[in-house]
Design a protein around this ligand. Structure first.
Ligand code: AMP
Ligand code: MG
Length: 409
């Protein structure tokens, strides 16, 4: 059986990121949040656009005021007032100053700003009470933050508020982003019914499809929801064939164990899917099946037990969606070290995952396993968790206060 790290290497190797020419769409700035930039952004503008003042105060010539003190102020004549958004009209000559406000354009001749707090105004004269510490003080010079024509943002990054601010500043309003990966989702099982249907004896509500749709969206994918498929080879064949022709990634749950009604692997093979993984030494999640179709569509046959389906999603599917979506950095699973608040025990034969809550206390990450049964069939205590603690093969016990690896979701 493959180890988790072997399985991970195989899966991440199968992922071909979306193409930066064909797999893109244009969105406007208000729709750009959490999208992934598909091309390098440059701007023809410098930042700042113009030399401007960083303070409310006076634009002066450094040479005029470098000796100014409280006892011997330098007195300058105010020849212009320059609010933000206004083009200065005059040139500051020796002995002159302009009243200026934050963000306003520097007038010609001036090279330094004296902040208002270091001055005293008397009609059209200003007393400079403190010398600036250096020439150019409080001047934001054109192009000091960015020079026109150079790279402003690289492609393959996820856009959030700060990147969107940069795009707006550069007057890029139509943004080329990768389309969202299409992820087909269906559940298999004769016992399954949708949540809005009364339960007959022996039936089980299909929760996986709903959970997976939410997680796919959260990972940046576009879910294609295909419903419940019974454990009948003919119907399953049609569902899988439809899914692989309409998606970049297919996720099914159930039907991958060794039971008599577990047909997924058989049908995948029948449809010329290439099986890469049939089982992984992990708990929960052992029956995970991974295949590819036509070397491009990745098929995840997740185990049906709700906790197994979600743990294998977080561990393998989420990074796959993110890598496929064009994200260059940060698509990998994120592990950190935390101290467990309660003991964690494993049978040491398989890598074991415990769901729980990670929080930061006095600068130290602490992990609290969910109370109650950590069994693959228990989906109730998965709610309100945010992390999985991992015990590697051979690790049987982590005692309270000891360190453990934790995967964030
Ligand atoms: P399977 O992997 O098909 O053997 O299913 C294992 C267990 O998970 C069984 O108890 C199923 O009833 C349950 N199960 C399978 N699919 C789902 C689903 N979509 N939602 C909730 N439970 C499921
Ligand atoms: Mg089943």
């Amino acid at each position: 059986m493959l180890s988790v790290s072997e399985a991970e290497a195989i899966i991440f190797n199968l992922v071909q990121p979306l193409n930066n020419q064909y797999d893109t769409e244009i969105v406007d700035l208000f729709a750009a949040d959490s999208r992934i930039l598909a091309s390098v952004v440059t701007s023809q503008l410098d930042f700042p656009y113009w030399d401007n003042s960083a303070m409310d105060g006076y634009a002066v010539r450094y040479a005029d005021v470098q000796q100014a003190t409280q006892q011997q102020p330098v007195i300058l004549e105010i020849i212009e007032e320059i609010p933000a958004g206004y083009q200065p009209q005059s040139t500051i000559q020796q002995g002159q100053a302009a009243r200026i406000f934050t963000g306003a354009v520097m007038p010609k001749g001036a090279d330094t700003i004296i902040m208002q707090e270091h001055t005293q105004r008397e009609k059209n004269r200003v007393f400079i009470l403190t010398a600036p510490t250096k020439p150019q003080e409080f001047v934001r010079q054109r192009a000091t933050y960015y020079q026109a024509g150079t790279q402003l943002l690289p492609s393959g990054i996820m856009l959030h508020g700060s990147e969107i601010a940069v795009l707006a500043t550069a007057q890029c309003t139509q943004i080329s982003v990768y389309r969202r990966p299409r992820v087909a989702i269906f559940s298999t099982g004769n016992e399954l019914v949708p949540p809005d249907q009364p339960l007959q004896p022996g039936q089980i509500v299909d929760s996986n499809q709903y959970a997976l749709a939410a997680l796919v969206r959260q990972s940046g994918g576009e879910p294609l929801i295909l419903g419940i498929v019974p454990d009948e080879p003919g119907v399953l064949e049609k569902a899988i064939a439809y899914a692989v022709s309409n998606a970049d990634i297919v996720i099914s749950s159930g039907g991958v164990s060794v039971g008599d009604y577990d047909y997924v692997e058989q049908i995948v093979k029948y449809l010329d899917g290439k099986i890469h993984i049939q089982a992984v030494a992990m708990k929960p999640g052992k029956p995970l099946t991974v295949a590819t179709f036509r070397n491009q569509v990745i098929y995840f046959g997740l185990p049906g037990n709700p906790a197994s389906a979600l743990v294998t999603f977080w561990r393998f599917v989420q990074p796959t969606i993110k890598k496929l979506s064009g994200l260059v950095e940060g698509w990998q699973p994120k592990f950190i070290k935390a101290l467990t608040r309660q003991e964690l025990r494993s049978d040491e034969k398989r890598e074991t995952y415990f769901w729980g809550k990670l929080d930061l206390q006095n600068g130290i990450y602490k992990f609290q396993p969910a109370s109650g049964n950590q069994s693959s069939g228990n989906l109730i205590n998965l709610a309100q968790t945010n992390a999985l603690a991992v015990l590697s093969v051979g690790q049987t016990l982590v005692s309270p206060g000891e360190e453990v690896q934790v995967l964030l979701y």
